[in-house]
Structure formats: C-alpha cells, structure tokens
Design a binder for this molecule. Structure first.
Ligand SMILES: [Zn+2]
Ligand SMILES: [Zn+2]
Length: 306
C-alpha cells in the first residue's frame, strides 16, 4: 500500500511491503525484527497521545492494552472522530500500557471472543495452575505453548509476578522478540535458549515454545513433559484437545464478552462497526442497547491467538 496505519505487530495486522508505514515506535521495532528491517518502507513513528495530519485527517494513537506497542488509531475529520480499536483487552498486562477508552462517533471494534460464553478467568489464577502442577510433578518438564509475540513475554512477566524466579527456558523461535521486549524495558528475569543448555536435564523446568513445537520432534528431549498451552481458545475444550494441551491455561490478549460490552459503553459511540471475529453476537447486543451497529467483513483475517 502507498500508506499504511498499523495498530500492532501481529501478522494479521502488520504486513511488510508498504511504501509508508505509520505506527508506534514499538510496533515499528517489532516489524523491523519480523520483516528484515523493511529498508524500502518509509517508517513514521508516532507515540501514544501524539498526532499527525494526513491530508485532511488528524491521525493519533491511544493504547490498546493488547501487546507491546499496540494502539487504537484515532482519526479526526471535520469534528467527527472514528476510533479503530485493532485488537485489545481491558485487564492489566505488565508488558504494555492499559487500553484507554476514547469517546468517539464511530467505534470499530474487534470481536475475537464476542460470545457471552467467553469469560476469561483471572491471569493470576491460571498461572497458579501452572505453578501447582510444577509443585505436584517436580521431576517433569513443563512445556508451555505460547504465541511468540506478546503472549510469551506476558506469561514470563506473570510468572515473575507470582514469585517464580528460576531460569525460564525458551525455544529458539521466541528469542528475538523476547530480546526486543527487554530492550523496551520489560524485565523478563533469567531467560535462556534451550540450545544453550549444558548438562541440563530440564527436570522440573519451565520451557516456553510456540504451540506447534509441542507435538514436534523438538519436544522429545524433555523429561516426561507436561504440555500446557496459554490461549484464550483454551476456553474451548475441542481446541485444547486439538493442541494436545494436558494443562490448558486461559490467558488471552483479547477482550472477553464482558470487556467488549463494557467498552462499547465506555466509548459511547452511537455507531459501531464489528470486525475480526464473531461479529453477529456483538452487533445484536449493541443494537439492543440502542447503538447503530453493523458487521464489517475485512479480508485477510487470521486467528493469531490460536
Ligand atoms: Zn493481535
Ligand atoms: Zn488480530
């Protein structure tokens, strides 16, 4: 595209190859890490709260609370304000500033978990399950499947906040983004790649890896591993089975149903466009409280949180 405004670094939102890309400094850093530095893209960094004029539109970013650098795009034109949420969540995340509701005329919201059955439990409770399993099976490796961008670093921080100070081992595919988070001031404590282990049995260790690595040859080296997977989709039993998760942990970077409906009330937009997930239920809910709501079907959606 000649010009792209990018809400955050996940693959279904950030693509390489644009002539110009406007994003937060953190999102641009993530994109450079994932897309070989993007030498052909003119990169324009905009911090939260700042704005820039593009033609007749004033463009700004507000925190989305989803992953490092994630932003809602705030577009102002002739006294009207449109907010594009990108992906977001409302609960605290130690790796990024919290979602900021921006009052607006049109709110474009994601809807990944937009069904009333989706009610994510507390993060601390889910991390507690992992630590209890570790205490119960101190000889076994706990292999924890996490998405490389965002979930991985958040789970490490949640473990640290729960008092876990030992070394956390990482699959090689998680290293570069962990390094990037550390460079942006997110303290991950003692982390090291599995490939650097010498005389390590991994008994009773926590090893983080992409979910796909759990069923891979790679996982054979560990001592009677217990497979955990951290995802909002662990709400769905069939998904947990499909992922081979003996210990499904419901930790999501997306808003659940109560967070989505609360957000519609907080931003107070008379018009709402719903995209990126289960549009129908949220459209129905919004209309029920007097909002002019519609489903907006966008191309190229993937479930990066699966
Ligand atoms: Zn995302
Ligand atoms: Zn997404």
């Amino acid at each position: 595209m000649p010009r792209a405004v990018i809400t955050h670094g996940h693959g279904d939102h950030a693509r390489p190859g644009h002539r110009k890309a406007l994003a937060t400094p953190e999102t641009l850093a993530i994109m450079r890490t994932r897309f070989q530095d993007m030498p052909d893209t003119e990169q324009q960094a905009l911090k939260y709260g700042e704005s820039v004029r593009i033609g007749e539109v004033e463009v700004g970013f507000a925190p989305a609370g989803h992953i490092l650098g994630s932003a809602q795009a705030v577009l102002a034109y002739k006294g009207q304000r449109i907010v594009v949420s990108g992906d977001y969540k409302r609960r605290p995340d130690p790796t990024c500033p919290p979602f900021e509701p921006v009052p607006c005329d049109v709110f474009i919201t994601e809807a990944t978990f937009a069904l009333p059955v989706f009610h994510h439990p507390s993060d601390a409770g889910e991390i507690g399950k992992l630590l209890r399993s570790l205490a119960t099976f101190p000889e076994r490796t706990h292999l924890v499947g996490v998405y490389a961008l965002g979930k991985c670093q958040r789970v490490i921080r949640l473990l640290r906040e729960a008092g876990y100070e030992k070394r956390i081992w990482l699959h090689g595919g998680l290293m570069s983004l962990c390094k990037l988070y550390q460079e942006h001031g997110v303290d991950l404590g003692d982390v090291a790649p599995v490939s650097e282990a010498i005389l390590e049995t991994f008994k009773g260790a926590i090893v983080l890896c992409p979910p796909s690595a759990i069923a891979d040859r790679w996982s054979r080296r560990f001592a009677e591993p217990i497979a955990a997977v951290c995802s909002g989709w662990m709400n769905v039993r069939a998904r947990a089975r499909q992922r081979g998760a003996e210990l499904p942990l419901i930790i999501s970077d997306h808003a659940d149903w109560p967070e989505l409906t609360q957000t519609l009330k907080d931003v107070g937009a008379p018009k709402v466009w719903v995209t990126h997930g289960r549009e129908e239920a949220l459209v129905h809910y919004a209309r029920g409280i007097g909002i002019d709501a519609e489903a907006l079907h966008l191309a190229g959606r993937e479930e990066e949180d699966s």
